[in-house]
Design a binder for this molecule. Structure first.
Ligand code: TNX
Length: 502
C-alpha cells in the first residue's frame, strides 16, 4: 500500500501502468541528477524522430541506436511532434553547460535537450547504456524497454582524458578507432597520443621524412613499429571529433628523443660522437627501457629550426587547440629556456602548449597547461593542471600487485580499481584528469585492453561525477553490469576481483 502510494505521487505525474520489472539502469559516469520512474517505455517498431535545425546532425546517433535494435524510424524537423524529440538550444548553456543535457523517458517516448551537439551526444550515450548490451554488436531483435527517467546531467571537469603511448610500441589506427569508440561510451573527451620517444617516431612529418623512414621502424624490445601517415592522423582526428573527442598530439622534447637523433644525427651536439658510448651510435635504433638519457642539442641554434618545423606541421594538421611538447625527465642547463621557446612557438602557430610537470620550472605563458605525473615539481598558483598523478592514474602499473609485465615504481602494490577511484582533490587549478598507458611493457592490443579497462572507466567517472557523489561500492555495483557490454565490444578487460561481474 505504501509503495502504491509512492508510485501514485511520483514526479512523472501518472499512475503506474505496467508492472515494472526493470532494474535501475547502471549509468557510468553517474549523472548529476537521476530520477528513475516507476514504469517502462517500450520502443515501438515504428519510430518518429523529431528535431530542431540545431539538432539535425545528432539524429544519426539516434538512428544508430534504433538500427542496433532493428526498429524502423523516420526523421523530420519539428518540435515535440514524435516519440523521439531532440532539441538543441544554445541558451540552455547557462543551465547545462557546453556538455550537459536533459534526458526524459516518459509515457510519450524519449526527449533530449542540450545547448550543443556534444551535450546531445552525451544524452544519447546515456540512453545507449539503458539499452540491452546486445546493441553494441549490432542487430538485436528483441523488445527494448526503457525505465522511465528524468535525468539532468553535466560534467564536473572539461578534461577527461586517456593517453596512449604509441611510441614505445605502436598501436594501429584500427585499435585507436576502437579506443575512441570505447572512450565515447564513457564520455571521455581527450585522447592524448604520445607520438614520439627514444624507441620510435610515429607521425609523418613532411619536412623531415627520415623521422618515420628510420625512426618509425624502431620499437621497444618485442614491441611493434609503424607510424601514422598524415592521412591516418587526419582520419583519426575526424573520427574522434565526431564523437566529441579532441586528439592532443605529443612530440616529446627535448628529452625522450633518440628516435629523432637516430634519424637526423645532426640534432646531436656532436653527430660523430656517441651520446652514450654504452649505447648505439646513430642511426642504430634503441629498443631498451631506459629514460632520461637522450636530448636535442640545445646549444645549437639550428635545433630550434627543427623544433619550429615540427610544431608548425603538427599545428597544421591538428584541429584541436592543444599541442603537447613533452618536457619530461631531462637535465639540461638550457631546459627552461627550451620550454619557454617551445611554448612561444606553439602559440605562434595558434595553439596552446601542454607539458609534463617539469615544464613548470620554466616561465610559462598563461595558456600553458601542466600535466602532473610524479608530483615533485612545484607548479605556479595560476597554472592549469591536468592530473595524471602516477599514484592514481599510471595504468602501466598492475591491476593487482605483481601482475606480469607491469611497472611498480610509483606504487609498489600497483593500482587496483579502488586506488584509481579514490583520487580526490581540492586543488582549484586542476581542470581534469587523464590516465596514461605507457607501453614499454604493453606490446599487444590485448595487453593495452587489460591495462586500460576497466580502470579508464574509473577515470571517466572521476572526470565527470562530482567528488561528493562518488562512492566506490556504488560504482562497482554499476560496473558489474557493464561486463556484457564490454564483452560485446570485444574489450579484453581485466576482470578485477573487486567487482562482482555479472
Ligand atoms: C615515466 S611519466 C615516463 C615515461 C615512462 C613511464 C613508465 C613520464 C612523463 N615519463 O617515459 O614510460 O614513466 O611508467
Amino acid at each position: 500500500i505504501l509503495m502504491l502510494f509512492c508510485f501514485g505521487l511520483n514526479s512523472f505525474g501518472m499512475q503506474q501502468k505496467e508492472k515494472n520489472d526493470l532494474p535501475e539502469p547502471a549509468i557510468i559516469p553517474l549523472p548529476l541528477s537521476v530520477e528513475w520512474g516507476p514504469a517502462k517505455y517500450s520502443i515501438p517498431s515504428e519510430n518518429k524522430i523529431c528535431y530542431n535545425a540545431e539538432a539535425e546532425a545528432s539524429v544519426k546517433w539516434v538512428e544508430k541506436l534504433l538500427n542496433g535494435v532493428n526498429k524502423d524510424f523516420e526523421a523530420s524537423e519539428g518540435k515535440d511532434c514524435a516519440n523521439w524529440n531532440l532539441y538543441i538550444d544554445p541558451s540552455l548553456e547557462k543551465e547545462l553547460g557546453k556538455e550537459g543535457y536533459k534526458l526524459k523517458v516518459h509515457e510519450g517516448g524519449i526527449s533530449m535537450e542540450s545547448a550543443t551537439g556534444t551535450g546531445m551526444f552525451y544524452a544519447i550515450q546515456t540512453l545507449r547504456q539503458m539499452f540491452p548490451a546486445g546493441i553494441e554488436s549490432g542487430m538485436l531483435n528483441s523488445e527494448v524497454n526503457l525505465r522511465f527517467a528524468d535525468i539532468t546531467d553535466r560534467p564536473e571537469y572539461y578534461w577527461r582524458g586517456s593517453m596512449l603511448d604509441i611510441a614505445r610500441s605502436f598501436l594501429s589506427k584500427e585499435y585507436i578507432k576502437k579506443h575512441i569508440d570505447r572512450m565515447a561510451l564513457y564520455k571521455l573527451n581527450r585522447l592524448h597520443l604520445h607520438l614520439t620517444d627514444d624507441q620510435g617516431w610515429r607521425i609523418e612529418i613532411k619536412q623531415y621524412p627520415k623521422l618515420t623512414e628510420i625512426g618509425g621502424k624502431g620499437a621497444v624490445k618485442n614491441g611493434r613499429s609503424g607510424f601514422l601517415s598524415r592521412e591516418d592522423y587526419l582520419a583519426l582526428q575526424e573520427y574522434a571529433a565526431q564523437r566529441n573527442i579532441i586528439i592532443i598530439p605529443e612530440i616529446d622534447m627535448p628529452g625522450h628523443i633518440y628516435a629523432a637523433l637516430a634519424s637526423y644525427p645532426e640534432l646531436n651536439c656532436d653527430e660523430n660522437k656517441n651520446i652514450d658510448p654504452k649505447r648505439a651510435v646513430p642511426p642504430a635504433l634503441y629498443n631498451g627501457y631506459n629514460v632520461g638519457w637522450t636530448k636535442l642539442c640545445l646549444e645549437n641554434e639550428e635545433t630550434y629550426d627543427f623544433v619550429d618545423a615540427i610544431i608548425k606541421e603538427l599545428a597544421e594538421i591538428t584541429t584541436g587547440p592543444w599541442l603537447h611538447i613533452g618536457g619530461d625527465e631531462i637535465q639540461d642547463p638550457f631546459y627552461e629556456e627550451f620550454i619557454k621557446k617551445a611554448d612561444s612557438i606553439v602559440r605562434k602557430y595558434g595553439k596552446a602548449a601542454i607539458g609534463w610537470e617539469e615544464s613548470a620550472k620554466a616561465e610559462l605563458s598563461e595558456s600553458f597547461i601542466v600535466q602532473r605525473w610524479n608530483g615533485e615539481t612545484p607548479i605556479a598558483a595560476d597554472q592549469a593542471i591536468i592530473d595524471s598523478y602516477c599514484k592514481f592514474f599510471y595504468l602501466d602499473h598492475g591491476n593487482v600487485p605483481n601482475q606480469e609485465n607491469t611497472y611498480k615504481w610509483c606504487r609498489k602494490e600497483g593500482l587496483n580499481l579502488e586506488t584509481v577511484y579514490s583520487y580526490r582533490t581540492e586543488d582549484s587549478r586542476v581542470i581534469g584528469v587523464e590516465a596514461p598507458v605507457w607501453s614499454e611493457l604493453v606490446i599487444s592490443d590485448d595487453r593495452a585492453d587489460d591495462r586500460l579497462w576497466p580502470r579508464s572507466i574509473a577515470g571517466a567517472e572521476i572526470g565527470w561525477t562530482k567528488q561528493e557523489k562518488r562512492d566506490f561500492q556504488d560504482f562497482t555495483n554499476r560496473l558489474a553490469r557493464h561486463s556484457a557490454r564490454l564483452e560485446e565490444l570485444n574489450v579484453n578487460f581485466y576482470k578485477s576481483p573487486e567487482v562482482k561481474w555479472e
